[in-house]
Write a protein that binds this ligand. Structure first.
Ligand code: UDP
Ligand code: MG
Length: 162
């Protein structure tokens, strides 16, 4: 029983982490990557990607009946996102801990949302909520990004205009 329990705790998993458009525009991609690298996870895929509406709706289909759903889809498709696959022991639950609570005002300091965000609708990052969803979300990203070329990141806020 005990060896079985320990083995299940040490499961190597892959999870899907996505820096949302606000995180990309605010220049937080490096900060997010850095936290996962320092924790000890292995980056196995990364892509800058403009999410089409259909994929956003599929990705969040469990939330379709919620009043905030249309705003959520607008937010996720409002600019490029950075899609990543991270691998490691217990990566799914651990990534969720590093990311913090959905509402950044309730997220603990030390978490990405707790340190870097204030609004639920601008909470910087997504992480899969189960190993099955991790696999599904990574799979879509591979499929959807196959023939997408590099997208232009809007950087108006950070670029001086003459
Ligand atoms: N969200 C929102 N208002 C809410 C709940 C969620 O805008 O009341 C957004 C928020 O950006 C969140 C996303 O919808 O990250 C997906 O919601 P979920 O409950 O899956 O939270 P998560 O898994 O991202 O913590
Ligand atoms: Mg979720």
């Amino acid at each position: 029983f005990l060896p079985h329990l320990i083995a299940s705790m040490e499961q190597v998993e892959e999870t899907y982490v996505m820096v949302k458009p606000d995180g990309v525009q605010r220049g937080l991609v490096g900060e997010v990557i850095s936290r996962f690298e320092k924790k000890g996870f292995k980056l196995t895929a990364l892509k800058l990607f403009q999410c089409p509406k259909e994929l956003a709706e599929e990705h969040y289909k469990d939330l379709k009946s919620k009043s905030f759903f249309p705003k959520l889809i607008n937010y996720i498709t409002s600019g490029p996102v950075v899609c990543m696959a991270w691998e490691g022991v217990g990566a799914v639950a651990s990534a969720r801990k590093l990311i913090g609570a959905t509402n950044p005002l309730q997220a603990e300091p030390g978490t990405i949302r707790g340190d870097l965000a204030v609004q639920m609708g601008r909470n910087v990052v997504h992480g899969s909520d189960s190993p099955e969803n991790g696999k599904r979300e990574i799979g879509w990203t591979y499929k959807m990004t196959q023939d997408t070329s590099i997208v232009e990141v809007p950087c108006r806020l950070r670029t001086q205009r003459h």
